[in-house]
Design a protein around this ligand. Structure first.
Ligand SMILES: Nc1ncnc2c1ncn2[C@@H]1O[C@H](COP(=O)(O)OP(=O)(O)OP(=O)(O)O)[C@@H](O)[C@H]1O
Length: 573
C-alpha cells in the first residue's frame, strides 16, 4: 500500500479559497453579501474576486507578497479574503483602532506591497504613510533595513460612494480593470504556503505577526463550522471584526455553507438590533463585551429578535451572569477560547445533553468554562510549564494551557526567537493559566501575566470578575494586581456601573461571595467604561498603571499620616 503515490487526482492542497469557487457554482444566485442597500450573489462575489486577483497580479503582486488592508466589516474586506490569496499573496488585515504609529510599524514589519484603505480610515492611513516615509528617510541614513512604501488603493463606500481618494488607485476601478483571462488566479502549490499574516491584539506585549498556512486555515474553517453546528445557508452578521483572526475563519466559512454575510460598519447596539431584525440573522460571533452593549441598549434601539440568534463568543472570559442574561433575550451562546496563534477558537465548551436539566445559573457557569479541543486540534492540555507534566484533573491544579494540531500558526513572522519560545516539547504554549475539571473540560483562570499573587496565594482575576458581574449594577469589571507592602499584591477592581453604587456595597457583595483573601482591597469606578483593545479585550496593562499610582499615593498619604502622628506624639512629650 505504501507504493501508491500521491497524484493530482487524489492529493490537492487544502485551501479555503476553494470554498468560493464551489459557492459560485452551487449557490450561484443566492445572496452572498448584504451591505446597506448593496447586494451581491455568490456568482458576483466569485467574479469580483477573480478580477481583483488578476488586477493584483497585473500590478506585480506575486507569491508571498503581503497585501495589507485597513477596513471595517465591508464587502471589499470580505472579497479580499479570497482575492488576495487567489493572487498568490498573503492577506494582512490591520486593526482599525490602532494609531498611525502602530499601523506604520505593521506596514514596515510586514513589508506590505499594497495597502488597501477604506474611505473612513484615510486620515489614519495618511498619517501612517507619512510616518513610513519618514522612517524610510531615516533608514537611508542609518543603514537600517530598507523601508518600502506600498502601493495605496482607496476603498470607497460600496453603498453610498463618497468620492474620497488616497493614492492613485481605487478598489472598484481595480475590479473593473482585472482580467482573469490575461492574469489567471494562481493555483495553490503547497498547502503549507502562507495565506494570512495577522498581528496579535497587543494585550500583553507588542503585537506579533502570526502566519497562517492555507492548510491551517482550511481545517480550522471546517472545524469551527462543525463545532458550532452551522447548517446550510446561515445568515451571518459581521459583529466580530474580520481583521481579528480573519473573523475566526468565518470569512471563509460563510462561503463554505453558502450563507449570507450581513456587513455593518460599526458594532453598535442599534445597528446590530436593526440588522438582526431586517435580515433574520441566524449567527454572529463577538467578544463578551458586545453582550454588555446589547443588554444595555436604549429602549429605542432595541428590536425583538425574529428567531434564535446563535452567538459564538470568545476572546475574553464571558462572565456567567452575562451569559445568563443574554440567553434570556433569545440569543443562544456557544463559548469558545482561542488565540490569534490558533487561527481563532481552539477550545469550545461543547454542550452535554445532561446539562439541559440544570437551572439557568448552573448552565451558565458550565458554559463559561473554555471546554475541550476543536476537532482539528490533535490535543489540548494543561501542563506544568517547567516539567511539561499534566496537571491533576481536579479543577484546582494550575498549569499552562498548551495546544497541538493543524490549526496552530506556522510561526511568528521574522521572529525566530519568539517562535522557538512558544513551541516547546511538541506543544504550543498559550501563556494562559488554567485547570482541567474531572470531566476533562479546561477552564482558564488567568493569563499568566494577570495572575495576582497575594501573600503567596494565587488569585484568579477571572473568578473575582465573575463575582463582580453578579452584582446587578455592574456593567463591566476587570481586576488587576495592586502593589501592597504586606501582601506583595492585592486585587484592585475597576468597574463601569449603571446608577449609583458605593465602593462599600461592592466590597460587601464580594465578601459574601468569595474567600476573604480574594476580595478587592480597592474599587475604582470608571465612568467612561474600561479601556479596551480593538478586539474587545480590557487593556489590563493600563489598569495596572492606574492601580500602581493609586497604591503609591495611598502609601505616601499613609507615610504623611504617620509623620503627623509622630509630631503630635513628640509634642506631647
Ligand atoms: N474564551 C476565552 N476566555 C478567556 N480568555 C480568552 C478566551 N478566548 C481568548 N482569551 C484570551 O485571549 C488571548 C488571545 O488573544 P489574541 O490572540 O487576540 O491576542 P492577545 O493575546 O490578546 O495579544 P498579545 O499576545 O499581543 O498580548 C488568549 O490567550 C486568552 O488570554
Amino acid at each position: 500500500m505504501d507504493m501508491l503515490p500521491k497524484c493530482d487526482a487524489n492529493y490537492v492542497p487544502l485551501s479555503p479559497i476553494t470554498f468560493l469557487q464551489r459557492a459560485a457554482s452551487v449557490y450561484a444566485d443566492r445572496t452572498s453579501v448584504i451591505y446597506g442597500n448593496a447586494r451581491y450573489t455568490w456568482k458576483h462575489t466569485y467574479n469580483r474576486c477573480r478580477r481583483l486577483a488578476s488586477a493584483l497580479r497585473s500590478l506585480n503582486i506575486s507569491k508571498n507578497d503581503v497585501v495589507s488592508v485597513l477596513a471595517p466589516n465591508i464587502p471589499a474586506m470580505y472579497e479580499m479574503h479570497f482575492a488576495v490569496p487567489m493572487a498568490g499573496a498573503v492577506l494582512n488585515t490591520i486593526n482599525t483602532r490602532l494609531d498611525a504609529r502602530s499601523v506604520a510599524t505593521i506596514l514596515r514589519h510586514s513589508e506590505a506591497k499594497a495597502f488597501f484603505v477604506d474611505h473612513q480610515f484615510i486620515p489614519l492611513a495618511r498619517d501612517a504613510l507619512k510616518q513610513l516615509v519618514s522612517d524610510s528617510c531615516d533608514s537611508h541614513n542609518a543603514a537600517e533595513e530598507a523601508v518600502s512604501i506600498p502601493l495605496v488603493v482607496a476603498i470607497d463606500d460600496q453603498d453610498v460612494p463618497t468620492g474620497a481618494r488616497l493614492g492613485e488607485l481605487e478598489y472598484e476601478q481595480l475590479i473593473s480593470l482585472g482580467d482573469p483571462r490575461r492574469h489567471a488566479p494562481v493555483e495553490v502549490e503547497d498547502e503549507w504556503d502562507p495565506i494570512a499574516l495577522n498581528y496579535t491584539s497587543g494585550t500583553t506585549s507588542a503585537p506579533k505577526g502570526v502566519v497562517y498556512s492555507h492548510r491551517g486555515a482550511f481545517l480550522s474553517t471546517l472545524s469551527l463550522l462543525l463545532q458550532w453546528e452551522v447548517g446550510a445557508g446561515p445568515v451571518y452578521l459581521w459583529t466580530l471584526p474580520m481583521f481579528h483572526c480573519n473573523g475566526w475563519t468565518f470569512t471563509w466559512g460563510v462561503a463554505a455553507r453558502g450563507g449570507t454575510n450581513v456587513c455593518i460598519r460599526a458594532t453598535k447596539a442599534a445597528e446590530m438590533y436593526r440588522a438582526i431584525s431586517d435580515h433574520s440573522v441566524t449567527h454572529m460571533c463577538c467578544a463578551p463585551t458586545v453582550f454588555s452593549m446589547i443588554l444595555e441598549a436604549a429602549p429605542n434601539e432595541r428590536r425583538p429578535l425574529p428567531n434564535t440568534v446563535h452567538v459564538l463568543t470568545g476572546g475574553a472570559p464571558p462572565p456567567p451572569a452575562v451569559v445568563e442574561r443574554i440567553e434570556r433575550l433569545g440569543f443562544h451562546v456557544t463559548h469558545a477560547y482561542g488565540l490569534t496563534e490558533a487561527t481563532g477558537p481552539a477550545l469550545v465548551c461543547e454542550w452535554q445533553d445532561q446539562w439541559d436539566a440544570l437551572d439557568s445559573g448552573a448552565r451558565a457557569r458550565l458554559k463559561a468554562r473554555q471546554g475541550v479541543s476543536v476537532v482539528t486540534l490533535a490535543d489540548a492540555d494543561v501542563v506544568d510549564p517547567e516539567t511539561l507534566a499534566r496537571v491533576a484533573r481536579d479543577g484546582r491544579a494550575l498549569g499552562e494551557i498548551v495546544l497541538r494540531g493543524s490549526s496552530i500558526m506556522k510561526g511568528y513572522y521574522k521572529d525566530a526567537e519568539a517562535t522557538a519560545k512558544t513551541f516547546r516539547g511538541g506543544w504550543f504554549f498559550t501563556g494562559d493559566v488554567g485547570v482541567v475539571h474531572e470531566d476533562g473540560y479546561i477552564e482558564i483562570k488567568d493569563r499568566s501575566k494577570d495572575v495576582i499573587i497575594s501573600g503567596g496565594e494565587n488569585i484568579s482575576s477571572v473568578e473575582v470578575e465573575a463575582v463582580l458581574y453578579g452584582h446587578p449594577k455592574v456593567v463591566e469589571a476587570a481586576v488587576v494586581a495592586m502593589p501592597h507592602k504586606h501582601w506583595g499584591e492585592t486585587p484592585c477592581a475597576f468597574l463601569a456601573v449603571k446608577g449609583e453604587v458605593k465602593e462599600e456595597e461592592i466590597i460587601r457583595h464580594c465578601r459574601k461571595n468569595m474567600a476573604k483573601f480574594m476580595v478587592p482591597k480597592k474599587v475604582v469606578f470608571l465612568e467612561e467604561g474600561l479601556p479596551k483593545t480593538s478586539t474587545g479585550k480590557v487593556q489590563k496593562f493600563q489598569l495596572r498603571v492606574i492601580a500602581k499610582s493609586i497604591a503609591r499615593k495611598e502609601e505616601e498619604e499613609e507615610e504623611k499620616r504617620m509623620q503627623r502622628e509622630q509630631v503630635v506624639a513628640m509634642s506631647r512629650l
